[in-house]
Design a protein around this ligand. Structure first.
Ligand code: ADP
Ligand code: ZN
Length: 215
C-alpha cells in the first residue's frame, strides 16, 4: 500500500497516519519528524538548517527535502509500501515524488486529503503537546496523557513545539494555502485524491478513511 496523507497543519494528519501505518504495517514517512529527529537527536548540519526554517513556520527548501525523501525511499523497508505525511508540500515536491516513483515503477494507491475549518485547526495546534524525547503527539483536551505533562510511551516531558506558537501558526496556514493547497489540485487532476472530513474525532475520521480505502 502506497499512501499520501495531506491536509492543513493541525488537521490530524500525523495521528491518522499512525493508525494507518499500524493497520497496513508500512513505514510512516513524515518529513517533519525526520527533520525534528535530525536536530534533536543528531548534531547534523542539515538538521540545523531545517530548524531555522521550521521555527519560523516556513518550508524547508525543496532541494534538502527532496534529497531526504529520495534517501528514505532507497531503504529496504519501503518495498512493502509506505505512507507519506507532510510530503509533498508544494508542486515542485509533487513533481519530484512523481519522478522518484516512476524510476521505481511504483504507483500510489491513495491520496487522502483531510479537511477542517480554520478555527478548529488553530484550536488544535495551540493545544498540541509533543514528547520532547520520542515525538509522540498529545492534545490538552482531545488526547490527554495519563499523567499531566508526561509521555505515556516513554515518560519524556511534553512540550509545545516552537512552531505551534500563535504567530507562527498563522504563517504556516498562509503557506499551506499558497503552496500546499495547489498540490490538492495536482492530485485531483490525476483523479486519485479522496477528501475526508478531519474535523471529527480521531476514531470517526479513522473509520471514514478505512471506508474510502475499501477496508
Ligand atoms: P504540521 O503538519 O503540523 O505542519 P509537520 O511536522 O508536517 O507539521 O511539519 C513541520 C514543519 O517542518 C513545517 O512547517 C516545515 O517547516 C517543515 N516541513 C515538513 N515537511 C516539509 C516538506 N515536505 N517541505 C518543506 N518543509 C517541510
Ligand atoms: Zn515519549
Amino acid at each position: 500500500m502506497r499512501i499520501i496523507i495531506m491536509g492543513p497543519p493541525g488537521v490530524g494528519k500525523g495521528t491518522e497516519a499512525e493508525l494507518l501505518v499500524k493497520h497496513y504495517q508500512i513505514p510512516h514517512i513524515s518529513t517533519g519528524n525526520i527533520f525534528r529527529e535530525l536536530f534533536t537527536h543528531e548534531d547534523s548540519e542539515i538538521g540545523k538548517i531545517a530548524k531555522s526554517y521550521i521555527d519560523r513556520g516556513e518550508l524547508v527548501p525543496d532541494d534538502i527535502t527532496n534529497q531526504i525523501v529520495c534517501q528514505r525511499l532507497s531503504e529496504s523497508d519501503v518495498q512493502k509500501g509506505f505512507l507519506f505525511d507532510g510530503y509533498p508540500r508544494n508542486i515542485e515536491q509533487a513533481k519530484a515524488l512523481d519522478r522518484f516513483l516512476e524510476e521505481k515503477n511504483w504507483k500510489l494507491d491513495a491520496v487522502i486529503n483531510l479537511t477542517a475549518k480554520t478555527d478548529l485547526i488553530i484550536r488544535r495546534l495551540s493545544g498540541r503537546r509533543v514528547c520532547e524525547h520520542c515525538g509522540a503527539v498529545y492534545h490538552v483536551e482531545n488526547k490527554k496523557p495519563k499523567i499531566d505533562g508526561i509521555c505515556n510511551q516513554c515518560g519524556g516531558k511534553l512540550i509545545q513545539r516552537e512552531d505551534d506558537l500563535e504567530k507562527t501558526v498563522k504563517r504556516r496556514l498562509r503557506i499551506y494555502t499558497e503552496q500546499t493547497k495547489p498540490v490538492v489540485g495536482y492530485y485531483e487532476q490525476s483523479g486519485s485524491i479522496i477528501h475526508v472530513d478531519g474535523g471529527r474525532s480521531i476514531n470517526d475520521t479513522h473509520h471514514d478513511i478505512m471506508k474510502v480505502l475499501g477496508e
